[in-house]
Design a protein around this ligand. Structure first.
Ligand code: TNX
Length: 511
């Protein structure tokens, strides 16, 4: 039972400017409910133990591993203890917390983290890490007062889907880099990573029976000077799924069709209508390729790919693209989607596609990813009214490949430039006109990789904007406050610096 009365406090302009002391109000994304206490802080020392039983233990181990390098403390994990950080799964679920929420209580005697499910405990440990001095990010021992401010946080996500996408097609980014990205996004409580695995310039996932997809299709993408080639074996993919799951991130795989398929057609010319292999493409144009929707053999290919990807993917969704099919006649496009969307269901997954699929009747059972720069979208609104769920990825707010301003290196600007405040100041629940808030499943920030040569480029485009998207996805609207976010972001900067994250030092933030 809670002893403290719960007061919902809004992080506001009144919270201290950076680089003030760390308080319970410092966290990104802003927690739902924060009640600071005037009691002393908890101090982690050489004798602190972590207490965790059974299902909480792997999360305690991950937390201890995160805290040991900088503190130098042993932080053993025990079934019981006194001066302790305790991780507890509720016997009787606290309905308010749901599957991903947590409660964090800090007093002089210790830290008690409670949740209904492991995902909530994990989210709580990410909050706890941000309540420690920034030096906790150091990889070797630092002299520091390892204090955690006292009080109570009760927290849960606003939206069930909080995602980001990495385009492995235009430039391949190897599994080690994808793992670093997963590490970073899981700190901000993202729970989905969408992998764009095939496009005109590259095919990046091994499919049994279709070896040329990767041996031929795993080329340079839009890369130059040796950058860009590569692909995931099925074993690589499974390992990414496992690694992500340990951090409570679900992989959403995408094979884009019926457009964006040039790489597959170079590998298998039978996927064109005339059987003639197109030339390999390394430019960044879109809209010129299409699967041959009138050939039965096309659907043999598509079903093979969907069946194998579904089998490799424990997550609930499979993304079948559907965007910018500018070389597919509209009636052919609709007929294609009417066959392909149900195929995803046949293999036990919920179909997911870019918003153009909304024109197909079968899309009412799908998740629709809205990417337009317009807020008027009658087709998506109609599909949402008929039952479809919508993910908000408006290109002029969430596209991480857009330049911050016209002077920042890398990135494109067809949807405009996106500074941090532009990424932050909008509301996913009300953005798309006519799409009711209860149809909005969440928000996703796609990172297309036409210009992203290496992982430094990935980090530069993603951070700090991804922190803004994290807050839109997780935090209740009542906490939304640019001044507060700006100051919390400024205070967060040293954490990225210590971890070697190559983030953009936006002039909007007093770093
Ligand atoms: C549009 S938006 C695309 C991608 C490009 C991106 C570049 C959408 C669903 N498709 O093919 O990579 O713009 O910003």
């Amino acid at each position: 039972a809670l002893l403290l009365p719960l007061v919902v406090t809004t992080a506001s302009a009144a919270s201290p400017p950076a680089p003030g002391p760390i308080t319970l109000h410092s966290v990104i994304p802003a927690p739902a409910e924060v009640v600071p206490s005037s009691s002393g802080p908890f101090r982690i020392t050489a004798t602190t133990v972590l207490v965790a039983a059974s299902a909480a233990r792997p999360i305690a181990e991950r937390l201890a591993a995160a805290l040991r390098p900088a503190t130098g403390f042993p932080l053993p994990i025990r079934p019981a203890g006194t001066t302790a950080i305790t991780l507890l799964l509720n016997d009787a679920p606290d309905p308010w917390l749901g599957d991903e929420g947590y409660q964090l209580e800090v007093g002089t005697q210790g830290v008690a983290l409670r949740a209904n499910r492991p995902a909530g405990l994990f989210a709580g440990t990410q909050t706890l890490r941000q309540l420690l001095p920034t030096t906790v990010e150091a990889s070797s021992v630092r002299p520091e007062n390892w204090t955690v401010p006292a009080g109570l946080i009760r927290d849960r996500p606003r939206f069930p889907y909080r995602g980001t996408m990495l385009d492995l097609a235009r430039h391949f980014h190897p599994p080690a880099d994808v793992k670093r990205y997963i590490d970073e996004i899981s700190r901000f409580k993202f729970n989905y990573l969408h992998l764009h695995l095939a496009d005109d310039q590259g095919w990046r996932i091994e499919i049994d029976g279709w070896p040329r997809l990767t041996t031929v299709g795993g080329g340079p993408g839009t890369g130059v000077r040796g950058l860009g080639p590569g692909y995931l074996t099925q074993a690589d993919y499974r390992e990414l799924v496992r690694y992500a799951a340990e951090r409570f991130v679900t992989i959403l795989p995408e094979i884009d069709m019926p457009g964006h398929v040039n790489a597959a057609q170079v590998a298998y010319p039978s996927l064109t209508c005339d059987g003639v292999a197109p030339r390999q493409r390394t430019d960044i144009r879109v809209g010129y390729s299409s699967l041959c929707t009138s050939k039965e053999s096309t659907y043999v290919f598509v079903e093979d790919v969907i069946r194998q990807l579904a089998a490799l993917t424990p997550g609930p969704y499979l993304h079948v693209g559907g965007d910018e099919a500018l070389s597919t006649r509209h009636e052919d496009y609709l007929a294609f989607e009417q066959r392909v969307l149900p195929l995803v269901a046949k293999y036990g997954k919920t179909a997911y596609g870019w918003h153009e699929i909304a024109a197909a009747p079968a899309a009412t059972d799908a998740v629709i990813q809205y990417w337009s720069v317009s807020r008027d979208t009658p087709t998506v609104a109609a599909a949402a009214g008929a039952g479809a769920k919508v993910i908000l990825s408006p290109a002029d707010r969430t596209y991480l490949d857009m330049q911050y301003d016209l002077l920042t290196p890398g990135g494109l600007h067809w949807a405009g430039t996106i500074e941090v405040r532009t990424a932050y100041d909008w509301d996913p629940a009300t953005w798309a006109h006519g799409v009711p808030a209860d149809a909005v499943l969440g928000v996703e920030a796609p990172l297309w990789s036409e210009t992203l040569r290496d992982y430094d480029d990935v980090e530069f485009q993603a951070f700090p904007r991804l922190a803004a998207i994290a807050e839109l996805g997780w935090s209740p609207r009542s906490t939304h406050d640019w001044i507060s976010f700006r100051d919390r972001l400024a205070a967060y900067g040293p954490r990225w610096t210590r971890r070697g994250v190559h983030f953009y030092r936006s002039p909007q933030i007093r770093w």
